[in-house]
Design a protein around this ligand. Structure first.
Ligand code: NAI
Length: 282
């Protein structure tokens, strides 16, 4: 049987003001939960939250200040789920992409996991852009063995040498990080999983079109049938955070309407696929 925590769940959700994070808040905010949110923007619309923290998660000093503030405001051990949704596209500077999509996720996860009680969960958001993480597993293990300062220096020195663009890199890395954290958390009763969406109708989607190209995105949508609605990703996040998923740990859950299954089993015709317009660091 799963370990249990307090009946009333206390949730901390990043990237809560828009898109998938907002959908997660709408789905999870109820009389049985206490929802705290974090975003660079104002509080999520249409949702009553216990408190909203405005912070730029691309700035390490702000992330550290955020954790201190949260620790002052909340009994941090009462947080039952951390849901790391905030993410930025590859059209932003590579240092910021690396920080928000990977290092901040790792920092917040470690800070909170040190205090969370058995039964607690962490859910990260990856992307199907990160599906090929296995091709670079040794690189990610080398990187993720470093502390944050060391990892930033590593990225400065090696971002031009990695085989993929910064967004793809950050998403592959956060998938591997989630798997590694499941190992770090052995024996604590905490679980950590990552949800990887395909294209989702949020304000981020047009930036992916800019980055990857309309042809490639439309080709993906042709195979999956359509883009997801944000709530369809929130459904999976809810299950991993507070649903009946007690033995699911370190799992990479792809939520893309079947597109990845087509790549893996061959019903997606990759030979005629338009090449993604990938942005490498010059
Ligand atoms: P969105 O742009 O609607 O939401 C992202 C949220 O993160 C926004 O509220 C934004 O203000 C916040 N945010 C951005 N930079 C921040 C910063 N420096 N500090 C604090 N908050 C910040 O985008 P969406 O689509 O909801 O993205 C959520 C996650 O889903 C991201 O991690 C993204 O990479 C991932 N994803 C999205 C896909 C899509 O097609 N929309 C596909 C695959 C993954």
């Amino acid at each position: 049987m799963a370990d249990s925590i307090n009946d009333r769940k206390t949730l901390l959700i990043s990237g809560a003001s828009s898109g998938i994070g907002h959908a997660v808040c709408k789905r999870l905010a109820s009389s049985e939960t206490q929802v705290f949110t974090v975003d660079i923007e104002c509080a999520p619309p249409d949702v009553e939250v216990a408190n909203h923290y405005q912070a730029d998660l691309s700035v390490p000093a702000e992330v550290e200040k955020l954790t201190r503030t949260i620790r002052n405001d909340i009994d941090i051990s009462s947080i039952s789920s951390l849901i790391n949704v905030a993410g930025i596209p590859g059209t932003k500077p590579a240092e910021q992409v690396f920080q928000v999509n990977l290092l901040t996720v790792r920092f917040l996860s470690r800070q909170l996991a040190a205090h969370m009680r058995p039964g607690g969960t962490i859910v990260n958001v990856g992307s199907i852009s990160g599906n090929n993480w296995g091709q670079r597993i040794d690189t990610y293990k080398e990187l993720l063995a470093l502390d944050d300062a060391g990892a930033r220096v590593w990225w400065q020195n090696k971002m031009k040498a990695v085989e993929v663009d910064p967004y793809t890199f950050s998403k592959e890395a956060v998938i591997v990080w989630t798997m590694l954290q499941a190992g770090e958390l052995r024996g604590t009763g905490l679980r950590c999983n990552v949800v990887s969406p395909g294209p989702v109708e949020t304000p981020l989607l047009p930036t992916f079109r800019d980055q990857i190209g309309d042809e490639r995105i439309d080709w993906v949508l042709h195979h999956s049938g359509r883009a997801a609605q944000p709530d369809e990703i929130a459904q999976a996040i809810e299950w991993l955070a507070i649903g009946e998923s007690s033995w699911v740990n370190g799992h990479h859950l792809v939520v893309d309407g079947g597109y990845t299954s087509g790549l893996l089993s061959g019903w997606v015709d990759t030979e005629n696929a338009p090449e993604p317009r990938v942005t490498f660091v010059d």
